[in-house]
Design a protein around this ligand. Sequence first.
Ligand code: PHE
Length: 346
Amino acid sequence: MNDLDTLVSDAEREFAAAPTPAELENAKARYLGKAGRVTELLKGLAALTPEDKKTRGAAINQTKQRVEALLQARREALAEAELQAQLKAEALDVTLPGRRRGEGGLHPVSLSIERIEAIFGSMGFAVADGPEIETDWFNFTALNTPEDHPARSMHDTFYVEGGNVLRTHTSPMQVRHAVQHVRDHADKIARGERMPEIRVIAPGRTYRVDSDATHSPMFHQCEGLWIGESVSFADLKAVLADFFATFFETTDLQLRFRPSFFPFTEPSAEVDIAFASGPLKGRWLEVGGCGQVHPNVVRNFGLDAEHYIGFAFGLGPDRLTMLRYGVNDLRLFFDGDLRFLSQFRV
Ligand code: PHE
């Protein structure tokens, strides 16, 4: 092997040994750079006779071309290897199952409220909505609640700036809705014509300073109000009996009206139900309060209490949801744990 063949095989070996493009460029410099071996050979031509220059020069040029070809081949091999590595790293397994979107669903209490709205809707009740920050007038005074009533104490009620409260019940919606209704039909009432009955429910959030397994500082109520010219306590019983039978999908549900007191109704009662079967069989469970609307409240609606009469009730959608699904701790509803909540997805 002559010196030129040796140089070519040296170059081939060194190029092959360069693991990266940068190291390959270093190896190139050792052959084709300013002080590289090929360049040195070309410089050596100067000392030769014109005759020898020709043959030797041609041989060196050929050598240079072989080295350049080897370099180019190695460059391409390295680039190809790099590309393959990158493709491998970024490989997509198109056979993997896709990531599913988390499916949402309604909160169990929302499901109950929708159910409540549908059932009362079928009995001709409209649905009203109102503020959770309420004035003292709507939350207490208009509802015939005296200044010294215990419900007004700081122990029970969250007071906010400006003397307002976080509504402690949905009953203020009785007044708000009735006042609006009377305003909407003022012309008729003034002409002595019959005012359309007030028949409305108002579900929503309510707040009290209270927290344990069966009380949450934020909870839900659903107010009901039916005012007309002869709406009686018997109507109240019929409406609630019908409601509970439909809500719990059973006809053998017992209903009990336990005498009670609310400033805004007279007479007043707590409503208890008892199931005829199931784990709660025979146990009386309190599910709401109700009564005939107090004449003072009817007057605050803007109506003649001698002429208009009716009933109101307040149900606890949280309680109804617990009974419907057999949930024993109210706090589960408001902890936001998806393992619990997703079980109610429909
Ligand atoms: N607002 C009462 C409460 O929060 C419930 C109620 C509503 C009672 C309507 C009578 C009539 O306890």
